[in-house]
Design a protein. Structure first.
Lengths: 413, 426
């Protein structure tokens, strides 16, 4: 049971406090309710570029990192299609430094031309490193466009194309900041060796005076139901043929999400999972095969991907995947198999809760989803899933009409 | 109104009294030592069994790593599937890893399942049979993975730079090829297993909110095994560094970035320069506020990240600079790295910068002592490097007290351009 207390400042900033006296450290985590899905289709990659700019100085503090390092702190941030999260960890005695730095950049940034110019280049190199200069690096770029026709999940967090980031202007940066980086669009979590009273006082002192700003109203185009199979063939200079199949699944808060999450574990959660045992070990068609989803807030994708062993045909590989799916749809799972993936979920959660950084992150993400207490109640939702749910959902999801397939052929094979 | 231009008061991080929680040590009936940290709030634990079975002991490339991996691929009574299913049913993770001197088998589990998991770990380390069919499949997987990795400039650069510094016959510089995997036989694996696991040298590390009978459980399962009976001698490997220092390699005709690696030999943790050099490394390229990062990423935007570090080796080490930079700015990046070395040799680090680095390092160690797994990680590093807790406290002292003059002297000694191997792989 993770204990926490929640209060809201007059400007709308939600604050959660989790006390843990066993550590000398404290974590301050700020989540902003903005991700790549909130971007203008012609200015993609902006939420992530913006994350970089948040370290380029704020209105009263010329540099973010140095004062934090002097206080013995470390920080980082990440951007997803759904949200942007900033977190720092430092000795608990110095927690006020984190309040000072984070509140100043929520108040306003320095908006420096130089910082924008450099970070455009840095993000371009990040784009190259992860998505261009790497075998199979463009898969998700292509797959998102295939699987989504309307919803902004059709582009990646890093951006639809390099030029969007390269053309970003300072005015774009300012507009984005004042639309999204306001107290009413943010959640603050403080965890570690702190007291609730101390956090209340510091939150009022540093974040209280920030103007509320406007609450961003999200109105995203919804993805229409897919009604026919989509297929795309790609040829590239990669050593091995690969296949990627994606099916639309459910939003994060839908009860069926938990069923689907357990299905991915049954298919590929380890050395005894179905796809690995059948396709890698027994049939010897793949050198690796995985099934996963990324837990996105709006309806996401369940993916099965694999690299084919040399000499195996794409048709045979796909048939074998489909046979495993049919078997699941026809026979379902045993109680023992379901128990296995539930046990794994329980254990994963216990290990995640080991670190205050993870606990702070989970509280912030769950609060953003609408209820921080999911940190304590979510295991129950997994426990409630039955073998009947698994068979029912596997029949709904794994419909070829709901599927996008990317055949990624090697030029050298 | 608060004055937001003024930083709040802080406790200087160097004033923190860092304590490394002492371990408890048990010795099993057969002499195997178990280092234990009992701490934490969750009912979970981590057990790591270390064997002196790394690639320094192997007769041919990849034998040690493949033997280690295949400890989960079948015993005389269980198939690979059954072993995996057993661990996974209880929501636990049993992992293997292999490095140069040591190879390990580890377990992460909820405490309540420990008693049904340990007997299977015992089976793995006493009764693995290395089935032909499992080896054939695993070789295919390794070769396919290697073929993808070889297309990545960073992977190619990492292998080559190690080979330049240590020589490709040295365990630290080995370059594994597909032909190496093809040549592996189950007999070789069985021999390695027999010598270095079944009759090997073992030490254990366990951490978490430990059950009261942890010693009894470990002793019951592992205390009567034939471990630590024979002397395991580390074969001598000669370092044969490359003569040529500068390399430019075209690996991918369509590459848009180059992987840059620069490296020089460096002594181990036992050397008197080691601790102070760790502080110098932080200033140079060891964290986000370092000079390399500030100049090459934050000022010039040539790269997403650039780092320097001292390799975590036991016998001998190297100091490396590593980055991926735009194809057109690779040469400029190398030039800037040398300029930063020159600055460190020629100018004293000012007190403001040095104090920031001291505080950052202390804060970072404090954060890294959070929880039983981190604490045992520190101890493991100390024990496996034949050091003691004095090493931990002396490192702290070095961070708090090293002077700018000493750092300059170290720069003059170690950051000389002519000593560095230099490699760009595009």
């Amino acid at each position: 049971m993770i204990q926490y207390e929640k209060f809201t400042l007059a400007n709308g900033l939600r604050v959660l406090v989790h006390e843990d006296k066993s550590t000398p450290m404290a974590v301050l985590d700020v989540i902003y309710d903005v991700g790549a899905r909130d971007e203008n289709p012609n200015k993609t990659g902006f939420a992530h570029l913006f994350e970089h700019l948040m370290f380029g100085g704020s209105v009263n503090v010329p540099v973010y990192d140095e004062p934090l390092q002097i206080a013995g702190g470390e920080n980082n941030a990440y951007t997803s299609n759904d949200l942007t999260n900033y977190y720092c960890q430092l000795p608990a005695e110095n927690i006020e430094t984190a309040f000072w730095l984070e509140s100043d950049r929520m108040l306003s940034l320095a908006f420096s031309e130089k910082s924008l110019e450099v970070q455009r280049k840095v993000v371009s190199e990040e784009f190259k490193e992860h998505y261009i200069n790497k075998p199979y690096g463009d898969v998700w770029h292509k797959m998102r466009k295939l699987a989504y026709t309307k919803h902004p999940y059709k582009w990646m967090t890093i951006g639809e194309e390099l030029s969007h980031v390269e053309n970003a202007t300072l005015q774009d940066v300012k507009d984005f900041f004042f639309e999204h980086y306001t107290p009413s669009n943010a959640i603050l979590v403080v965890a570690g060796n702190v007291t609730i009273a101390e956090v209340k006082m510091l939150a009022e002192k540093w974040f209280g005076p920030i103007p509320a700003g406007n609450k961003y109203k999200r109105d995203l185009p919804q993805e229409p139901k897919q009604t026919e199979a989509r297929k795309l063939e790609v040829r590239a200079n990669v050593p091995l043929d690969a296949i990627y199949k994606c099916w639309h699944i459910y939003p994060r808060l839908d009860q069926r999400y938990y069923v689907v999450d357990l299905i991915t574990e049954i298919l590929s959660g380890g050395g005894s999972s179905r796809l690995f045992q059948s396709l890698v070990k027994e049939k010897k068609l793949f050198s690796n095969v995985e099934c996963y989803h990324v837990g996105s807030t709006d309806a996401g994708l369940l993916t099965i991907e694999g690299k084919l062993l040399k000499g195996v045909s794409m048709a045979d590989a796909e048939t074998a995947i489909n046979e495993e799916i049919k078997k699941l749809q026809a026979e379902g799972v045993t109680e023992k198999e379901l128990e296995k993936v539930k046990n794994k979920t329980e254990s994963t959660m216990a290990f995640n809760d080991m670190s205050i950084t993870e606990r702070a992150d989970s509280l912030a993400v769950y609060e953003l989803l609408g209820d921080a207490n999911l940190i304590n109640t979510e295991l129950g939702k997994y426990q409630a899933v039955t073998t009947t749910d698994i068979i029912t959902e596997s029949r709904v999801i794994f419909d070829e009409k709901n599927c996008s397939t990317l055949y990624y052929y090697s030029n050298n094979a | 109104m608060i004055n937001r231009t003024l930083a709040p008061e802080i406790k200087d991080a160097t004033e923190f009294n860092l304590q490394l929680k002492p371990y408890e040590k048990f010795t099993l009936d057969n002499g195997v030592e178990v280092y234990a940290i009992n701490a934490g709030a969750q009912d979970v634990l981590q057990l790591e069994m270390i064997f002196y079975a790394g690639n320094s002991y192997e007769p041919a490339n990849a034998i040690a790593a493949v033997t280690n991996h295949m400890l989960k691929n079948g015993t005389s009574t269980k198939t690979a599937f059954q072993i995996n299913e057993h661990f996974e049913y209880y929501g636990s993770h049993c992992n293997r890893s292999c490095s140069n001197e040591i190879a390990s088998v580890s377990l992460h589990t909820l405490n309540k399942h420990l008693n049904v998991l340990l007997p299977v770990m015992k089976e793995m380390i006493t009764d693995s049979i290395f089935p032909e069919d499992e080896l054939a499949t695993y070789k295919q997987i390794c070769k396919q993975k290697l073929s993808v990795s070889l297309q990545k400039c960073d992977f190619v650069a990492n292998r080559l730079i190690d080979a330049y510094v240590f020589g490709s016959d040295h365990p630290y510089g080995k370059v594994i090829t597909a032909a190496d995997y093809d040549a592996i036989t189950t007999d070789q694996l069985k021999q390695h297993f027999n010598k270095y696991y079944l009759n090997g040298k073992c030490v254990m590390f366990v951490a978490g909110l430990l059950p009261k009978d942890i010693f009894q459980q470990l002793n019951k399962n592992f205390g009567s095994l034939s471990l630590n009976k024979q002397q395991i001698i580390l074969p001598a490997h000669q370092i044969l560094p490359a003569i040529e220092k500068k390399y430019r390699i075209q690996n991918d005709a369509n590459g848009v970035q180059g992987a840059i690696r620069m490296a020089r030999p460096f002594p181990t943790r036992h050397h008197p320069d080691y601790m102070k050099t760790m502080v110098l490394n932080a200033v140079f390229g060891g964290f986000f506020g370092s000079r390399l990062m500030s100049n090459i990423r934050e000022e010039k935007g040539y790269t997403y990240g650039i780092h320097s570090y001292i390799q975590n080796h036991i016998q001998d080490s190297a100091w490396l600079i590593s980055t991926e930079a735009g194809k057109d700015v690779c040469e400029a990046t190398v030039e800037e790295v040398y300029k930063e070395m020159e600055l460190l040799r020629e100018e004293l680090i000012d007190e403001e910068e040095l104090s920031l680095v001291r505080n950052y390092l202390i804060g970072s160690i404090l954060g890294d002592l959070d929880g039983p797994f981190h604490i045992i990680g520190r101890w493991k590093n100390i024990v496996l490097n034949n050091l003691d807790e004095k090493y931990f406290y002396d490192s702290i002292t070095a961070i708090k007290t090293v002077s700018a003059e000493e750092l300059q002297a170290l720069s003059e000694k170690y950051l000389k351009a002519e000593d560095f191997y230099e490699l760009i792989v595009i």
